[in-house]
Design a binder for this molecule. Structure first.
Ligand code: PEP
Length: 252
């Protein structure tokens, strides 16, 4: 089974366009035994898209949640409110949120909030650059263990780690399959070292950063990788369909 997460970010501009994009995405033929499709539209469009959807092949994710449950937090959206829209997932710690000041403690609090509200967290991690001393390895391990601190092994089946190196997001090229595989191994090893074999096996790991219709097959060939998180290409149903086809063809 391969997972494809489409992060629409702050697109498109109107609900009519969002509906059109969703209608086109809905038509993408996928075998639900082989491909799991998760769409993350802006909060504003989540409820109407999700409640108006009669199918079961597509699931919905929010792009962020508040670290608080309720109260005086102007402009924030709680995990419970997101769950109430019919969403099943939430992206937490995306690089673009971290760039706005979200820190690792916020991310940990959001992961706990998501699990409490029965939302499956998709935790985005990834280094900003590759330094010669290998500090990026420490960064990635720290991001994982801080986000998952204190979470019981039984909850790991609800967790997805999205390894998204910041230098590859919105870039021209993704790293090749070998480079992605090295990092998938690092993520799996970190999970095993800190939470044990069972938690490591239960966690889904996806790669994100410049996945497109040309490199998708290569990325899907990475062993022990469960899928991809896509930004730009999720806004183009033709590209998205090609990626979904590559997922189905490489899924076992
Ligand atoms: C992202 O923003 O998480 C992302 C993967 O974007 P893109 O696919 O456009 O690089």
């Amino acid at each position: 089974m391969k997972t494809i997460i489409g992060n629409w970010k702050m697109n498109p501009g109107t609900f009519i366009e969002a509906k059109r994009l969703f209608e086109a995405t809905k038509k993408i033929p996928t075998n639900s035994k082989k491909v799991e499709l998760i769409i993350a539209p802006p909060h504003m469009f989540l409820r109407e898209l999700s409640k108006g959807y009669r199918g079961t092949r597509i699931e919905f994710a929010a792009q962020d949640i508040s670290r608080d449950q309720e109260g005086s937090h102007t402009g924030e959206t709680s995990a419970t409110q997101v769950h109430d829209t019919g969403s099943t997932h939430v992206i937490i710690g995306h690089a673009e949120r971290r760039a706005l000041g979200e820190n690792e403690e916020d991310i940990h609090a959001k992961v706990l909030m998501a699990l409490e509200a029965k939302l499956n967290p998709i935790i985005a991690i990834g280094e900003s650059e590759r330094d010669a001393h290998g500090d990026y390895i420490k960064t990635v391990r720290r991001q994982i263990t801080t986000a998952l601190d204190g979470i019981p092994a039984a909850r790991f089946k609800n967790i997805t780690i999205a390894y998204e190196p910041i230098w590859a997001i919105g870039a021209e090229h993704a790293p090749d399959a070998h480079a992605v595989h090295q990092m998938v191994l690092l993520v799996r090893k970190t999970l095993r070292d800190f939470y044990g074999e069972k938690a490591m096996k239960a966690t889904r790991i996806v790669y994100g950063g410049s996945v497109n219709e040309e490199n998708a097959r290569d990325i899907f060939s990475v062993p022990e990788l469960d899928g991809v998180l896509i930004g730009r290409a999720s806004l183009d149903p033709i590209k998205f369909a090609t990626i979904a086809r590559a997922a189905a063809e490489t899924s076992v």
